[in-house]
Design a protein. Sequence first.
Length: 64
Amino acid sequence: MGLTDKAKNAGEDLKGKAKEAAGKSTDNERLEAEGQRDQAQADLKQRGEQLKDAGDDVKDAFNR
C-alpha cells in the first residue's frame, strides 16, 4: 500500500470518528451514522489495499 493511500485512508477514518463524536455529543443520529459510514469505507479501502499488496507479494514470490 502506498504511503499516500495510507494517509488518505487514515484521514478519512479520522474524519469519520470526528463526525461520529460530533453526532453523539449533539444527539444527531444522522451525523453519527455518517461518521460510522465514513469509518467503514476507510476500513474497506485499507483492506482492499492490503489484499492488493498480498497479491503482489505472492506474485513476486513466484517470479523469483
